[in-house]
Design a protein around this ligand. Structure first.
Ligand code: SAM
Length: 337
């Protein structure tokens, strides 16, 4: 027995905040433009002398940077995965989710204890009294940041879904809460016979239209306005929801599952992409922490197990349910009508 694990988790915020600040400051984007020594890079980033070497060498020790040489002449560069995923100028950039974590979740998680004691959300609503999505939609810059954050976290899962799920039996897809239209875009790119509709609130549609035009999929993907608590879901062979159910309480989850059922033909598939928790609730750490994050964001919203999903879908009338592992902690829950 030793206390290593306790200390690693307990002080884990040291490492976490070091990476989040590096993304915020653009360390990886700068180094992709030009490798540099500590003073050169520190000057380019506007950092005080005191912290420079500790910061850069800490990032070396964490595996995010590489360093050639010792002392003040040593030259820093990006580690291969940092170069691929943390350089803002790369198409594969996933830092949006880390920018959002840095700007919002990191300060909100400081109040986790209060959330646990009260069951109340600890995000913007504490200051403004307005729910999170309303708050985001009132501020276009923040909305765009959130949409890019979602794309960063979801892209790998959507590619895995497009590769693993058999779309050959289907022609049409409605993606509910589709944000930038990324799920539809990736499905259409992998399966050009599919015709996809990406449905989200009207303020989101221009963002989706721009993203679909940039991806060259406008013939296969149509962004439309939908308020999923007021409007029926556009009928399709496949209805998808990426990270939607976990945003809501059980009553609203059931509303969405029933709405998906109504939109599908016999044999149609309802697919959710989420960090589905293992049925024993012992292993999927990220899924369990994400559920705590939903407490922080919404209070009564929560993540769920595959068995929970199967039970709700059977109650709504679905026939067969399966869980398909995707990337990392995420899975697809699939229910057939
Ligand atoms: C957590 S994001 C998920 C985005 C995307 N599906 C993904 O997996 O990356 C939730 C999405 O639901 C949308 N949304 C929230 N309330 C909605 C409503 N009442 N009707 C339609 N969309 C809504 C938001 O605009 C946002 O795009």
């Amino acid at each position: 027995m030793d206390p290593d694990h306790i200390m690693q988790v307990g002080m884990g915020f040291f490492a976490s905040k070091t990476l989040l600040s590096a993304v915020e400051l653009g360390v990886f984007t700068e180094l992709a433009l030009k490798t540099d020594n500590a003073d050169g890079l520190g000057n380019r980033l506007g950092l005080h002398e005191r912290g420079r070497r500790d910061f850069f060498d800490g990032l070396v020790a964490l595996g995010f940077l590489e360093r050639e040489g010792e002392g003040s002449d040593a030259v820093y560069s990006n580690a291969p995965d940092s170069a691929a995923f943390l350089d803002r100028n790369e198409r594969t950039y996933i830092g949006g989710i880390l920018e959002m974590a840095n700007a919002r979740l990191y300060p909100f998680w400081a109040d986790l204890t209060e959330a646990l004691q009260t069951g109340a959300p600890q995000n913007e609503i504490k200051v403004t009294g307005r729910p999170m999505f309303e708050e985001l939609y009132a501020d276009p810059a923040r909305l765009e940041q959130f949409m890019h954050a979602m794309s960063g976290i979801s892209a790998g899962n959507f590619h895995a879904l497009a590769e693993k799920f058999d779309f050959s039996r289907y022609q049409t897809l409605s993606d509910v809460g589709g944000a930038t239209g990324l799920l539809s875009t990736i499905v259409a790119q992998h399966h050009p016979h599919m015709s996809c509709t990406s449905c989200d609130l009207s303020v989101v549609r221009p963002i989706a239209e721009r993203a679909c035009a940039a991806a060259g999929v406008t013939e296969h993907v149509t962004p439309v306005d939908l308020d999923f608590f007021a409007d029926p879901i556009p009928p399709a062979d496949v209805v998808t929801m990426g990270m939607i159910l976990h945003d809501w309480n059980l009553e609203k989850k059931m509303h969405l599952i029933r709405a998906a059922y109504d939109a599908l033909p016999e044999g149609g598939a309802f697919i959710v992409v989420e960090n589905i928790i293992d049925d024993d609730r012992r292993e999927n750490v990220f899924g369990l922490m994400m559920s705590l994050n939903m407490l922080i964001e919404f209070g009564d919203a929560f993540d769920f197990t595959g068995a929970d999903f199967a039970g709700w879908c059977r109650e709504a009338g679905f026939r067969d349910i399966e869980i398909l592992p995707l990337a990392g902690p995420a899975s697809a829950g699939i229910a057939y009508k």
